[in-house]
Ligand binder design. Structure first.
Ligand SMILES: NC(=O)c1ccc[n+]([C@@H]2O[C@H](COP(=O)([O-])OP(=O)(O)OC[C@H]3O[C@@H](n4cnc5c(N)ncnc54)[C@H](O)[C@@H]3O)[C@@H](O)[C@H]2O)c1
Length: 284
């Protein structure tokens, strides 16, 4: 089914999302408070650019919000959408705000659902679809159908949880990675190598439950019994992360993170990731 989709916010994520949706044949309109961002994203997607939110959302069947990750800003944007469009599903690309918090103050919270893409949005297949307490299953199903029609792998959650699935898993791994560095067991380079040479390639083909089945659940019972009590259990950002960020060592965008990084490291990574996913598709 062809949808008319307004993408609000044409930054890193909104621009990629607009390309994904337009490529699948939907009518896409892009709105951003920075008109030049809307124009650039619309041009890259083959969509229309809008300088007024009202004109972007008028008659839209789906509104996809990819504005900055600030609760008040998003609530305000959603209120404007509700005032200008009566029926569209309002999908938010928030990475961390729970749908019930976003829906607070909405006239009709049943319109809200999370559609959480991953950067780069036009390359990474996964989109998590997260209902709020008021979201009907039919809305989740419609988002899943839309995303699958765009070639995405949509994973619907049964209920909301902080961080959804993928970022929770990622955070669990990052906590242990930093714990190992703080213990002096390995350097960041060595840990990155253990992941890219060992865990990562397996995970492109099989998730944790399949890997446990392949290894044997008796084995994994012993492994988890032995290791869980020894794992890092930090309940806040560790000093090695917090201190770097405070010093302005922000990663590729400032030239220095855990290691020195080129400003174009993200773009180079996106190209290599696209090649890897092509190879994965060809063997799956
Ligand atoms: N960057 C990521 O890796 C990533 C991944 C998944 C989800 N997200 C989520 O996607 C959303 C957007 O993130 P991003 O990285 O694209 O941010 P970004 O800063 O690159 O883009 C945000 C865009 O929104 C525009 N904007 C600001 N106020 C607006 C308003 N009131 N109405 C419309 N547009 C407005 C800005 O001009 C900017 O172009 C956030 O909720 C973020 O958490 C980001």
């Amino acid at each position: 089914m062809q949808e008319t989709i307004a993408v609000l916010g044409a930054g890193i994520m909104g621009a990629g999302i607009a390309r994904v949706l337009a490529r699948a044949g939907h009518e896409v309109r892009v709105f951003d408070v920075r008109p030049e961002a809307a124009t650039a994203a619309a041009e890259s997607a083959g969509a229309s650019a809008h300088v007024q939110l009202e004109s972007a959302v008028a008659g839209a069947t789906i509104v996809l919000e990819a504005a900055p990750e600030r609760l008040e800003l998003k609530r305000d944007l959603i209120a404007q959408v509700e005032a200008a469009n009566a029926g569209a599903i309002i999908a938010s690309n928030t990475s961390s705000i729970a749908p019930d918090a976003l829906a607070e103050g909405m006239r009709d919270p049943a319109r809200l659902v999370i559609a959480h893409f991953f950067n780069p949005a036009d390359t990474v297949p996964l989109v998590e679809v997260v209902p709020g307490p008021a979201t009907p299953q039919a809305t989740v199903d419609r988002m899943v159908a839309l995303l699958e029609g765009c070639g995405k792998t949509a994973v619907p959650l049964a209920q909301q949880v902080e961080g959804f699935i993928a970022n929770r898993l990622q955070a669990a791994l990052y906590r242990e990675a930093m714990h190992l560095v703080e213990l002096g067991v390995a350097t960041p380079e060595q840990i990155d190598e253990a992941v890219t040479a060992g865990l990562g390639p397996r995970w492109a083909l099989a998730g944790p439950f399949e890997i446990m089945d392949l290894g044997g659940l008796d084995v994994w019972t012993s492994v988890t019994d032995g290791l869980f009590p020894t794992l890092g259990d930090a309940s806040a950002a560790p000093a090695m992360l917090r201190d770097r960020a405070a010093r302005g060592e922000l990663g590729a965008k400032s030239g220095q993170g855990f290691l020195p990084r080129d400003a174009d490291a993200g773009a180079a990574f996106a190209r290599r990731l696209a090649a890897l996913l092509e190879a994965r598709d060809s063997i799956n």
